[in-house]
Design a protein around this ligand. Structure first.
Ligand code: AP5
Ligand code: MG
Length: 182
């Protein structure tokens, strides 16, 4: 977990590359559907463009579909999911269906100024549709309102492992590995 632009995707990919975990990124899955012009993609495009969350039912359904494709015994790193308390509850139920459970939650701590610098750089280089100043503002607001309580929810369970998310990608990957092994 972590705010928009805190490095969730970048770091999830290091677990895929170095440890063979499977990454399940709801943001990437939505962008893939939008890119392919699927029915789901058409339904969710507006939410992503505005920086608002896609409704829980649609999101959880998509996660269930994706979970079916992942072999039992493979470790999964969820990236950008769950993002609401309802999704966290749905995830527990869903994992139960697959004989899985949440082992731990990594939370990337990155100051707002550093995140803005990263997203502005990506806006210049790649032009992701939600990396405009206005939409970035909405993404932060939505995160504080809807996702901060999910962090608190997992904190109450004592399974949150904070990771300093500032530094080189490799340095943070080492911290992530240490946190994942803890
Ligand atoms: P999502 O795709 O999850 O976007 P996000 O969390 O807002 O932002 P990012 O993916 O940009 O951040 P990240 O933490 O992955 O960082 P990254 O590694 O990319 O969601 C997009 C939208 O989809 C949502 O707004 C919503 O509409 C919808 N959605 C997704 N999940 C949903 C859900 N569960 N429920 C409902 N709706 C949902 O890094 C950011 C940048 O920084 C990159 O350019 C990267 O190269 C760079 N960078 C990374 N690490 C470093 C470093 N150490 N130093 C310097 N630069 C770095
Ligand atoms: Mg991401």
């Amino acid at each position: 977990m972590g705010p928009p632009g805190s490095g969730k995707g970048t770091q999830a990919q290091t677990l895929v590359r170095d440890h063979g975990w499977v990454q399940l990124s709801t943001g990437d899955l939505f962008r893939d559907h939008i890119g392919r012009g699927t029915e789901l993609g058409k339904k969710v495009k507006g939410y992503l463009d505005r920086g608002e969350y896609v409704p829980d039912a649609i999101t959880v359904d998509m996660v269930r579909q994706r979970l079916r494709e992942i072999p039992a015994g493979t470790r999964i790193i969820f990236d950008g999911f769950p993002r609401t308390v309802a999704q966290a509850d749905a995830l527990d139920a869903l994992l139960g269906e697959f004989g899985r459970r949440v082992d731990g939650v990594v939370f990337f701590e990155v100051p707002r100024a550093e995140i803005l610098a990263r997203l502005n750089k990506r806006a210049r280089e790649q032009g992701r549709s939600d990396d405009t100043p206005e939409v970035i503002g909405t993404r932060f607001d939505v995160y504080e309102k809807q996702t901060r309580p999910v962090v608190d929810h997992y904190q109450a369970k004592g399974i949150v492992r904070p990771v300093d998310g500032v530094g080189t990608v490799d340095d943070i990957a080492k911290r992530l590995r240490a946190a994942a092994e803890r």
